[in-house]
Design a protein around this ligand. Structure first.
Ligand SMILES: Cc1cc2nc3c(=O)[nH]c(=O)nc-3n(C[C@H](O)[C@H](O)[C@H](O)COP(=O)(O)O)c2cc1C
Length: 189
């Protein structure tokens, strides 16, 4: 039997009218069949709040969701050859929940498909003690890769790549979950 884990799927954009929703929705329609995981959504847009109280409430909810996650999947666009300020704000608002857990990336954008954003994120997550996954899925010229119903135009190839990513992420999620249960974090970090 496959070991069950919790996966936090994180939006990489907080922009009004973001394309991120299209990519996340497409993934959400397929990922549950690929991983033995409960999936929880984490959205940096929730941190953009008009009052401190609303922001504090969002922060504590996200803190809980990140803490119970065994793995993260970040769906990131590329902004000016990097990732978004909203995603950095989310990452920097929490320190401990990333440690000893795997992070995988799906990226999208223009010509580079968001790969430069991913490479920057790998540096950030190294500092946070997370393990970034080799396998990625990226969508160059993303708007053209999806039709008006939000379906990918070349589903077979894309689904195969998402499956590869999901397999690797699951392996790391289950392996590092066992590791964290064997050696407590405070002993090493
Ligand atoms: C401020 C800004 C900068 C961008 N810079 C890049 C870039 O450097 N490389 C790229 O491939 N696409 C770039 N794009 C295109 C975005 O990756 C693309 O529009 C994507 O859909 C944005 O994601 P979102 O709609 O979910 O926020 C940029 C878009 C914006 C708004």
């Amino acid at each position: 039997m496959k070991t069950k884990f919790t996966l936090a799927l994180i939006y990489g954009s907080a922009r009004e009218g973001r394309f991120c929703d299209t990519v996340v929705d497409w993934i959400l329609a397929r990922l549950p069949d690929m991983v033995a995981a409960d999936i929880v959504l984490v959205d940096p847009a929730d941190l953009i709040a008009e009052s401190r109280i609303v922001r504090a409430e969002a922060e504590s909810r996200i803190a809980r969701d990140l803490a119970r996650a065994d793995a993260f999947l970040i769906v990131t666009p590329e902004y000016n050859h990097g990732y978004t300020a909203a995603l950095k704000e989310l990452i920097d608002s929490f320190y401990r929940p990333w440690w000893g857990k795997p992070v995988a990336f799906v990226s999208y954008g223009g010509i580079s498909g968001g790969l430069r954003a991913i490479e920057q994120l790998r540096q950030v997550f190294a500092e946070l003690g997370a393990a970034t996954i080799r396998e990625t899925l990226s969508f160059p010229h993303a708007v053209e890769r999806f039709d008006e119903n939000g379906d990918v135009r070349d589903p077979e190839r894309t689904i195969r790549q998402l499956e590869r990513l999901a397999k690797q992420l699951s392996w790391w999620a289950v392996t590092l979950k066992a590791g964290r249960e064997t050696v407590v974090l405070e002993e090493v970090a």
